[in-house]
Ligand binder design. Sequence first.
Ligand code: NAD
Length: 350
Amino acid sequence: MTPTTREKVRLGLVGCGRIAQVAHLPAARKAVGVELVAVCDASEHLSTNVAHQYGVAGFTDLDAMLAVELDAVIVATPDRLHASNATAALEAGKHVLVEKPLASGADEARQLGELASSLGLKLQVGAMKRHDPGIEYAHEAVGRIGALLSVSCWYRVMAALRPPTEATLFPALVVDPDVRTHEAGFKADRERYLLATHGVHVFDSLRYLAGDLRDLSVRKTQVGSDFAWHGRGALAEGAGTATFEIAANVHADWSEGFDIYGELGHVAVRSWFPFYRRASAVRLFLEQTCEETVPKFGDADPYERQLEAFARAIRDGSATNPGAEDGLAAVQMVEAAAESARLDGAVVAL
Ligand SMILES: NC(=O)c1ccc[n+]([C@@H]2O[C@H](COP(=O)([O-])OP(=O)(O)OC[C@H]3O[C@@H](n4cnc5c(N)ncnc54)[C@H](O)[C@@H]3O)[C@@H](O)[C@H]2O)c1
């Protein structure tokens, strides 16, 4: 039976770590149109316990899991494994939802996109903010404010407030201390890691709301172990300019938003720490009527909604959101931002 005739997309997940347990697995339990069938983690402790918790088959080897009758795979392994894990899943004929970043470099990201398209399989990137109803609304609203003049966005990750917030919001996690120690080694280059892990979210949202940039110029600041990247870029369409700030960490609460000014009005977006599962607050002002629209959204789980969107794309053949080209663009912007910061703010073409 093919996924188009099957009622639910049969799903496997590789990488049973933090984001899988906090977001993807609870989402898979609730999302319409999917059925979690198997999980895989190189850690026996994680694979066995998480599989038991969800009542599904557990594997420590991805190829073994791919031999199961699955339609699609969520790749939630560390960044450096996205390309190889997603390639294996695609080559086994599975559609793939791969966590952000699509891959750890632009070449790998491009190859993944080409592979998925040559095989006629869906490849979606886990930039789940696109499935926040507030961001969805803002995306439409920007289309009503005419040519863009000025876009500013910021993404500031809380420092000491983060652990107690996560401890409150997260379910009890199955942890393998050896995995934590091993992974910490790969995150030791904080400058590279923080820009890559947070930058792809910021750049994907920026592109989704304001379109592509032609170039960017970035300066980096470091205070102790905290980093901030301040950048600007020319919008590819029209004459407008975008500025962005990525700060990890700030000694304050989470702070994330967009202010977008066009010829005809203004869109303001304020977002929350994603695990609140609270839709972004949006205001649309249109100068012609002098009216402001402030839509209300219920709470919404962007991880669950991205999974439902992925399942719909598999079933009806529609495009994934974000797709491989978006994932590639975000990775290219991170690489350009790192290059510009290294050159102390030189303009890097995109
Ligand atoms: N979208 C978001 O909001 C968001 C948030 C956090 C993390 N992420 C992304 O999710 C990914 C995972 O992050 P995390 O924080 O959950 O990491 P993690 O280290 O907690 O989990 C990764 C898991 O992958 C497993 N693993 C490693 N190699 C494997 C292999 N060869 N086969 C099978 N399993 C293997 C590890 O044992 C570990 O359990 C990263 O790419 C990260 O950027 C996304």
